[in-house]
Design a protein around this ligand. Structure first.
Ligand code: ADP
Ligand code: MG
Length: 348
């Protein structure tokens, strides 16, 4: 039996599912989050509320745990780095610093000879006028974006004048590709050349928010292998410990591109809870806590639907689910538009 106490920074649905997986492995959890209503407090052993620069509460948190991990990548690098001086933070803060910044992230991927969309750093509006070549494109904030937040599609130079952009923030301009499909690959790395990898998952977004995920992804054998190989190269190069997700684009000519890397468990991997012997969450806990690596086995094909905003209501009211249906309610206090409230996985 393990006597490890794991600290988790961030108390949303990913923190909740990590805490549930930890409990199964007899790992105790302390969750630290800046939201007093954070859903993970329903699942962890101890909950501490504080801002991510609240040194007093962070010290309290750190003193109670053996190892620290996180459920989202936008924690200030300084915070993670300070914690890392006292307790092991996994994945390493230096990895998070690369991935937090879209430009550093894309430069890192390209240095590995792995394809991304074409991109350029932009600091002023006038710069974009000389970048015709990147249009139609999407202007994205270099940091802090998620679920399409901080993004502006730009079809032509004329359109630039119609939108109001705060250029005090850093941006990148990314050439739009003719998207055929999006997939993700989730990998949990334990040590040098030691990892467990899930098969590619096919994802459908609505309004830039993930709506559906399914396995198997309907892709050819080459893309199946290439996406897994690229995920392995990225995890090895980062000397990553824990679960990582690589999001990919496939264009109409069947070219594969890395879109972004998430240094954490990922929404598209929720179906691994029911479709595999070991979920992405359990694997993350196993890797960061140095527990046994168990060989992955797929149990079933599956599809997952994200329940966004008030889409959760009919599911909350439903009394019966079929034996192949698994409904998860994140127990968020308030229903908000565009907020992920729960999901349902169906084994198929
Ligand atoms: P976020 O950090 O908000 O998830 P992404 O860069 O993953 O941002 O973009 C969100 C979604 O927008 C993508 O999943 C994809 O559907 C679409 N998108 C983003 N960039 C491009 C692009 N260069 N070409 C085509 N579609 C894109
Ligand atoms: Mg994304």
């Amino acid at each position: 039996m393990s006597t490890i106490t794991l600290g988790i920074i961030g108390g949303g649905q990913l923190g909740s599912m990590l805490a549930i997986a930890a409990k199964k492995l007899q790992v105790k959890t302390v969750v630290f989050c800046d939201d007093a209503n954070a859903p993970a407090q329903n699942f962890c052993d101890k909950f501490i509320c504080g801002k991510y620069d609240d040194n007093q509460n962070i010290s309290k948190f750190v003193s109670q745990v053996d190892i620290v991990t996180y459920e989202f990548e936008n924690i200030p690098y300084e915070t993670l780095n300070e914690i890392n001086k006292l307790k092991n933070v996994l994945p390493k803060p230096s990895i998070n610093r690369i991935i937090q910044h879209r430009l550093a992230e894309k430069d890192f991927v390209n240095k590995l000879n792995i394809r991304t969309t074409r991109y350029v750093s932009v600091k002023t509006k006038s710069e974009i006028e000389a970048l015709d070549d990147f249009l139609p494109g999407i202007l994205k904030t270099a940091t802090l974006g998620y679920d399409g937040k901080g993004q502006h599609p730009i079809n032509s130079i004329n359109e630039l004048n119609k939108i109001n952009i705060d250029f005090s923030k850093g941006y990148i301009l990314e050439k739009l590709i003719k998207l055929k499909k999006e997939i993700s690959v989730i990998i949990t790395r334990f040590d040098y050349s030691k990892y467990e990898i899930y098969e590619p998952i096919e994802n459908t977004h609505q309004d830039q928010i993930l709506k559906y995920s399914k396995i198997p992804a309907e892709i050819n054998e080459r893309l199946f292998e290439q996406s897994k190989n690229w995920a392995i190269i990225i995890a090895e190069e980062l000397k990553y410990i824990g679960t990582l997700c690589v999001e990919f684009f496939i264009d109409r000519n069947e070219n594969l591109y890395v879109n972004e890397i998430a240094p954490r468990v990922h929404n598209s991997g929720h179906l691994t809870i029911n479709a595999y012997n070991v979920s992405q969450f359990e694997n993350h806990i196993r890797a960061v806590c140095g527990l046994e690596q168990v060989q992955l086995k797929k149990i079933s094909n599956a599809k997952m639907i994200n329940l966004i905003g008030d889409q959760i209501i009919p599911y909350r009211e439903r009394k019966n689910f079929d034996s192949n249906e698994f409904f998860f309610d994140y127990l968020k206090k308030e229903i908000k538009e565009k907020r992920k409230m729960g999901h349902i996985t169906t084994l198929i």
